[in-house]
Write a new protein. Structure first.
Length: 433
């Protein structure tokens, strides 16, 4: 059912809205399965990975067949039509340009007595990227992850993607991985891919960090390997919120809401917030009508049946923005006349798309920032993937004798309070005669 609900900050407790805002990234079923599979991979390595590839993906692979060969990558490239190659190259070029511009620069400041302090960065040595390939082979994710690692200067970029019973990944996805800079590609998906990269096996060396989106099982696995490796974030089903004032076509807004509902898990969320009840009704009619002509209408209907699409009418746009901040969506479109002005009030959103000519799909495929974003409300504490996620930050201090002389009493005071006399002596001994 598609509901239109009145909501205000003065009376925020509405059972439909409360239910819509609440979502969990860690279903018990996924947590249990991830723990079991990961434990087996830690114990039996390649043998366990091959077992679970056969069980969950239907492919009979020996460890020697995990890796996609250079010959297979070349064959995949030959299968990609020129128009698709141009599209992948266009996306790669734009994402690389944005990535390089976004990298944090090292900086230095002077200390009071002539020394210096600051920060500098170094790329990780080996990272892992997960690229979904189940209900939809996400070739765009290849660009939106690997390109960032390459921009950061990572030398070894490992990519895992499910290949299904045939054991042959989508050729466009493989072409995108190669173009973006993946140095190793493995036809392994799901929990078993996360275990392979996190723990390493005889045939695959472990990575330092794993990034990329995935289903609930992949998300649970990423959470459980945190500490063995770094991870970017935990993420669940896709979601979008649209704040609209009625100045942007209802047809456009409906299409944008559907763009996330079609992903396939059935747990996606699409939220429209507007100050106009009549506009909400218009968008509702459009959304239901457009759904009929879409190839994934059955998947969208699952979202509708689970109340995954909700329209809220608020007294003002400002109150509507407050509701969106409480939702903390993965994607947030501001389809309003004063979009850039309203954007200043955003506190919780993975990525913001401002103005009538910025559909969320532009961000998914080509605009520049990565589409790997926090979901499930995690946008109130996590950021989207950036090139700096593939680098290590190092602080440094270079004191002069005068700097240490000026601060040695402070060092001694803290050392005394904390009972760490060796700490204090490490400073004072330099001034003993």
């Amino acid at each position: 059912m598609l509901r239109i609900i009145d909501w205000s900050a003065a009376k925020p407790q509405n059972r439909f809205v409360t239910k819509f805002l609440a979502r969990s990234a860690f279903p018990e079923e996924a947590e249990k399965a991830a723990a079991e599979v990961l434990a087996d991979i830690r114990a039996d390595g390649d043998k366990a990975v091959a077992h679970y590839v056969a069980k969950f993906e239907g492919a009979q692979l020996t460890p020697k067949k995990f890796r996609v060969t250079e010959k297979e990558l070349a064959s995949a490239e030959a299968q990609v039509p020129p128009a698709l190659k141009r599209a992948v190259k266009d996306a790669y070029t734009r994402v690389m340009r944005f990535s390089k511009a976004s990298l944090k620069a090292p900086w230095t400041m002077k200390t009071p007595r002539g020394g210096s302090a600051g920060e500098f960065y170094s790329p990780m040595d080996r990272v892992g990227v997960y690229v979904p390939g189940g209900t939809a082979p996400l070739a765009s994710t290849s660009v939106m992850t690997v390109t960032l690692a390459k921009a950061a200067g990572v030398k070894e970029i490992v990519a895992c993607t499910p290949a299904g019973p045939t054991g042959t990944p989508n050729p466009v996805l493989l072409y995108a991985l190669k173009l973006a800079g993946a140095t190793e590609v493995y036809r392994v998906g799901g929990i078993q891919a996360i275990g392979l990269m996190a723990f390493g096996t005889k045939s695959v060396k472990k990575v330092q960090k794993i990034v990329g989106p995935g289903n609930a099982f992949v998300t649970a696995a990423k959470r459980q390997v945190y500490g063995y490796v770094g991870i970017d974030q935990v993420a669940g089903p896709s979601e979008i919120a649209v704040l609209a004032d009625g100045t942007v076509s209802a047809r456009w807004v409906a299409a944008d809401l559907l763009s996330q509902a079609e992903h396939g898990s059935g747990w996606e969320k699409s939220l429209l917030v507007t100050q106009s009840a009549s506009f909400a009704q218009e968008v509702k009619r459009e959304l239901l009508e457009q759904t009929k002509s879409l190839s994934r209408k059955a998947l969208i209907q699952r979202v509708l049946d689970r109340d995954g699409v909700l329209f809220c009418v608020t007294p003002t746009l400002e109150e509507g923005l407050e509701l969106v901040n409480r939702f903390a969506p993965e994607h947030f479109e501001i389809m309003c006349k004063d979009a850039l002005k309203l954007m200043k009030g955003v506190r919780s959103a993975g990525a913001v798309f401002a103005g009538a000519w910025t559909p969320e799909s532009a961000g998914d495929f080509v605009a520049g920032p990565s589409h790997v974003l926090p979901t499930g409300g995690a946008a109130n504490m996590f950021n989207g993937l950036t090139p700096d996620d593939f680098r290590r930050r190092h602080s440094f201090v270079a004191f002069t004798k005068d700097d240490l002389d000026e601060t040695k009493d402070t060092i001694a005071a803290f050392a005394q309070v904390e009972g760490l006399d060796a700490h204090g002596r490490a400073a004072s001994i330099r001034f003993e005669k």
